[in-house]
Design a protein around this ligand. Structure first.
Ligand code: ZN
Ligand code: ZN
Length: 266
């Protein structure tokens, strides 16, 4: 699943850092939690009010406290990663070697924790440094005990979530390059001239003809839709003066050219 998210981000051209942690399981988490609470006690009143509250309600969550003073103190906190039971350690090693084999680099982040007890073992987050400071763009992991918590049969599970709005901020859509000609008539009578002009342009470039007579505004929209560089339009005025109206959609310049000059290639 981690490899799949990595593939998705790669396909979208989004750079990331992958952070990993293991949250242990029923064998190793409870004793770790006790050690952590004992450590938090040694911090006394130096931690924030939220952490004081978390100490009794949800001690693991102190680790991802955003308060700098707290984080400074928690550098010395015991790390679950150093206290995993044999099963959790072996699973975590397997995960790391699979990622190594697939050249997916990762960082171990011992502060990457989840607040709910049904989360277990692997937790991961894909973080981007390009929006705000260290924003998670995708995250997931195991929640092996969730179904049990919902009174179901024990059913190990894994999943992830992606922040679509955050991805949208990071995807850089390629800008289409404008080229070629779009040609359109403003009345049915001008269509034969359009066809003749298109034939001439096609000798050296691409030329797309709109066969329906339309207003100038609609032809400009059509030219824009196919990313044409030039929009050529002929209406009654042009027909009378034996000319064409042409707009360069890159330079945003419009001119009127003599039709004879175009057809004869002058
Ligand atoms: Zn705190
Ligand atoms: Zn364990």
């Amino acid at each position: 699943m981690i490899m799949m998210v990595a593939d998705i981000l790669k396909a979208l051209g989004i750079g990331y850092r992958l952070q990993l942690n293991s949250l242990g399981d029923q064998n190793c988490m409870p004793s770790y939690r006790e050690n952590l609470v004992a450590f938090i006690d040694t911090c006394g009143d130096n931690i924030c009010d939220d952490c004081q509250r978390r100490k009794s309600t949800n001690p693991i969550r102190v680790l991802d406290c955003k308060n700098e003073k707290c984080q400074h103190l928690y550098v010395k906190a015991p790390k679950l990663i150093n206290q995993l039971c044999v099963g959790c350690q072996s699973d975590f090693n397997t995960l790391k070697s699979i990622l190594d084999d697939h050249a997916i680099s990762y960082e171990i982040d011992t502060n990457l924790v989840r607040g709910l007890d049904y989360y277990s073992k692997t937790a991961f987050e894909f973080v981007s440094d390009n929006i705000g400071s260290q924003s998670a763009i995708a995250g997931g992991g195991r929640y092996d005990r969730l179904i049990e918590f919902l009174d179901g049969k024990p059913t190990p599970a894994v999943g992830f979530a992606i922040g679509i709005e955050r991805l949208l901020e990071l995807i850089v859509m390629p800008q289409p390059v404008r080229n070629g000609y779009y040609l359109g008539a403003m009345d049915i009578e001008s269509l034969p001239i359009i066809l003749k002009t298109a034939e001439k342009y096609r000798q050296t470039d691409t030329a797309v003809v709109e066969y329906e007579a339309k207003t100038l505004k609609n032809h400009l929209k059509g030219a824009d839709r196919i990313h044409a560089r030039y929009c050529v339009v002929i209406g009654e005025n042009e027909r009378m003066s034996n000319s064409i109206w042409i707009k360069d959609l890159v330079e945003q310049k419009e001119t009127t050219l003599s039709l004879n000059a175009i057809i004869k290639g002058q």
